[in-house]
Design a protein around this ligand. Structure first.
Ligand code: TRP
Length: 360
């Protein structure tokens, strides 16, 4: 059996460098590796609505933003199927059947759901749709028989929940669904890139993101204002690397070539870190280097985006075509599911004959 990728993002804002380091960059590499029979990239608008039910306009506006971000990073409609979740009604039907295979207490124990409930202050007023989104995510993944789900670390409980649903479904109804594997970034700093303020998560509401579509000047300003070691006051002072956002970003984005190009006094990041820890290296110098690194990473993405922005109808065309293709794949899985669940009444010749016999 072939290898199939499915992954996606909620369209609640433009994508930022956390998305890039945590997943997007990897997706492009996987897409180009030739090792996958299919790559599906989904804009999860229905999931975005589970906690943005009252902001449909926000979700709607961000579909194109996310698609532009995807394609400017190198996701290629010739190689990957990019589509919109709500255009595939089969996913909703699958979710409805999977709901019978999951308990309320299991959902309550899902760590991602737990922390998101806290983050959104839902407490006792949790929308049912939001509460059950791990089930709908299992539908997203299994509808395409995905073997591989490249995502950030925060999505691990979702994939685990999906695997449980697959095992349960296959045990009850027969082997139809495929148990997916999570693919995490192999660079540890990329697992969860902090915001520029040093807070654990980059989030639009905290205003601590560097967006892929930020201008050169916006990126520079953000890098120069980054959280470092608050006790590193004088250049001569020894500095701390742990929890120092600038170094976390360097871990995620810099290479030895960047040193050759922009900071030849050091051969690599280890040497720079050693100097910082010893004392005698100022934050501004490190930040200027990081700015050069980030500009090198982001400028081709920015340029590609500018080009794509001039042809918005093309973006819609890509998503429409992608949604059509994705729908076919999901419909084929749904057919198998219905058959396995014995709810394919009109196609079930044996059942019809059986009923005829019974009343003969
Ligand atoms: N939950 C993911 C996020 O918040 C988006 C998503 C929806 C997804 N369905 C998916 C990711 C299926 C991977 C596979 O970013």
């Amino acid at each position: 059996m072939g290898k199939i990728i499915l992954t996606g993002d909620r369209p609640t804002g433009r994508l930022h460098v956390g998305h890039y380091a945590g997943s997007l960059k990897r997706r492009v590499e996987l897409q180009n590796s030739g090792q996958y029979d299919k790559v599906y990239i989904m804009i999860a608008d229905a999931q975005a609505l589970t906690d943005n039910a009252e902001q449909p306009e926000k979700v709607r506006q961000n579909i194109v933003e996310v698609a532009l971000d995807y394609m400017s990073c190198g996701l290629d409609p010739e190689k990957s199927v990019m589509f919109i979740q709500s255009m595939i009604p089969e996913l909703t039907e699958l979710s409805f059947y999977y709901m019978n295979l999951v308990t309320v207490s299991r959902l309550q124990r899902n760590p991602t759901v737990k922390s998101e409930i806290k983050m959104r202050n839902f407490e006792s007023s949790i929308p049912v749709g939001f509460f059950t989104y791990p089930i709908s995510q299992a539908a997203d993944i299994t509808a395409f028989k995905a073997t591989t789900v490249p995502v950030g670390e925060d999505q691990e409980p979702m994939i685990e929940q999906t695997r449980e649903i697959v095992r349960k479904f296959n045990a009850v109804y027969g082997e139809v669904l495929v148990e997916p594997e999570i693919l995490l970034p192999d660079n540890k700093a990329c697992l969860r890139l902090p915001g520029i303020d040093g807070k654990a998560k980059m989030s639009k509401s905290l205003g601590n993101c560097i967006y892929l579509s930020d201008t050169e000047e916006e990126v520079r300003k953000k890098v120069m204002s980054m959280y470092t070691d608050p006790n590193h006051l004088k250049v001569e002072d020894p500095g701390q690397i742990e929890g120092n956002t600038v170094f976390t970003y360097l871990d995620a984005f810099s290479s030895d070539d960047h040193f050759k190009e922009y900071l030849p006094d050091y051969n690599n990041l280890e040497e720079l870190k050693a100097h910082y820890k010893r004392g005698g290296l100022g934050d501004v110098k490190v930040k200027k280097f990081l700015n050069n690194v980030m500009q090198e990473v982001l400028s081709p993405i920015r340029a590609k985006r500018k080009e794509l922005e001039r042809n918005i109808p093309y973006i819609y065309e890509v998503l429409k075509k992608g949604s059509e293709e994705a729908r076919e794949a999901a419909a084929s899985t749904l057919n198998e599911v219905r058959k396995a669940m014995k709810i394919n009444y009109f196609d079930d010749k044996a059942l019809i004959t059986e009923q005829i016999e019974k009343y003969r």
